[in-house]
Design a protein around this ligand. Sequence first.
Ligand code: 6AU
Length: 279
Amino acid sequence: MSSVSKQTYAQRAAQHPNPAAKALLETIERKRTNLSVSVDVTKQEDFFRIIDTVGPYVCLLKTHVDIIEDFEPSVIERLKELSQKHDFLIFEDRKFADIGNTVALQYSAGVHKIASWSHITNAHPVPGPSIISGLKSVGLPLGRGLLLLAEMSTKGSLATGVYTEEAVRMARANRDFVIGFIAQRRMDGVGLREGESTPDEDLLILTPGVGLDTRGDGMGQQYRTPREVIVESGCDVIIVGRGIYGKDNGANVEAVRAQAERYRAEGWKAYRERVDISD
Ligand code: 6AU
């Protein structure tokens, strides 16, 4: 496995040029957690209860704000307060996928004004490099970071082969703003052309499709364990949703806390195994 995956999060934080990636790596190291919880619930009450419970255990809190039925601008203010209180970054999982001009508007404006509060967001590379230019025109001046979906966790995903390679090339050409990928494995060396090398490249891998108790959800999602993801595939952050808040929108606070602690511990243990920290 590549040298970056053998480095500690702290070593990588010290070298990373993008402020959002640097802050994420520093947060991971400070809180000793590579867990990101995905809070995919539709009511403010459930959303904030889960966030306040998992907050101490996460480096990054992932949202889909467009599924909140009782959304109002104060949701963002509360989310920002909780991010301060618990010391985590925010990742709005918007999966932009349109032409540059449209995504710039979707990112900066509308009801949600994502760029103004979300440290990290993501995009499908399907439109080509112009999607990065559009998002970058908004996000770079704000110190934000972008993840490209180079692969997906779902059965039958079309994001494979040449598509994945081209996604990595697009990221390499925009390393000031593209901080890494949503993917299932490390991308170091993927898409390199004859004679090309990228020794100092640090593109982060954030990986959904993580679960300890089940292998799928009956709707195409596929789960692997934190160890498979972090040690065997060399990824950096595990993204866990239903594995933590369960089937009842996280109604049982103690159960949510216990699962968050469990995934944090598994993710951190796997990281220590990968970088060979034994103390
Ligand atoms: O753990 P789950 O299955 O409850 O939730 C997984 C979360 C969901 C998905 O929208 C998201 O991760 N996701 C993504 C992301 C993060 O972009 C990509 C992907 O390939 N698979 C996936 O599940 O909020």
